[in-house]
Design a protein around this ligand. Structure first.
Ligand code: HEM
Length: 133
């Protein structure tokens, strides 16, 4: 399990960066009125999916539901799942828009919400793993 845990820890920061870039791209594309393609936003949400699956594997196999910190037992997984939902809902709403600008904005809003939740998830895990809270 050590390898999966190390990948999950490292990938957390990568995922946060990718979601940040995708959100910035969405608002940049909206400003430039670019044709809507969901590609970059889907990449960010798929990375989130993979990170959540990795987290679930680490959590399940290493019995983290017994971890001393409530942040790692419940809060970190819950924030991560909400981030995943926000990204997917944003993309789904984007696909339902008629205008490209509205579509980029919808995807961008979902990704910004996901980004805030990912940051909160990273913070909670860091505090819990270090034994601070
Ligand atoms: C948005 C998705 C996620 C991100 C960005 C993320 C990020 C992180 C990061 C950065 C760490 C390392 C903390 C540190 O060492 O300072 C970590 C640890 C951990 N995460 Fe996640 N995580 C996500 C989803 C999940 C989910 C869904 C679960 C479980 C259901 C989970 C379970 C864990 C566990 C058990 C650890 C502790 C590993 C250890 O002992 O070092 N994570 N996560």
């Amino acid at each position: 399990m050590d390898v999966l845990t190390t990948i999950h820890q490292f990938a957390g920061y990568v995922v946060a960066l990718v979601v940040l870039v995708a959100a910035a791209m969405a608002f940049g594309r909206a400003r430039d009125a670019r044709e809507f393609t969901a590609g970059p936003y889907v990449v960010a949400s798929v990375l989130l999916d993979i990170q959540v699956l990795l987290g679930l594997a680490v959590y399940g196999m290493d019995g983290y539901w017994e971890h001393e910190s409530v942040l790692l037992r419940y809060v970190h997984p819950a924030l991560a799942l909400l981030a995943l939902v926000a990204a997917h809902v944003g993309i789904k709403r984007a696909r339902g828009q008629q205008m490209a600008v509205d579509a980029h904005h919808a995807a961008g809003r979902g990704l910004v919400i996901a980004l805030v939740l990912v940051f909160a998830a990273v913070m909670t895990s860091t505090l819990a793993v270090r034994g601070i809270l």
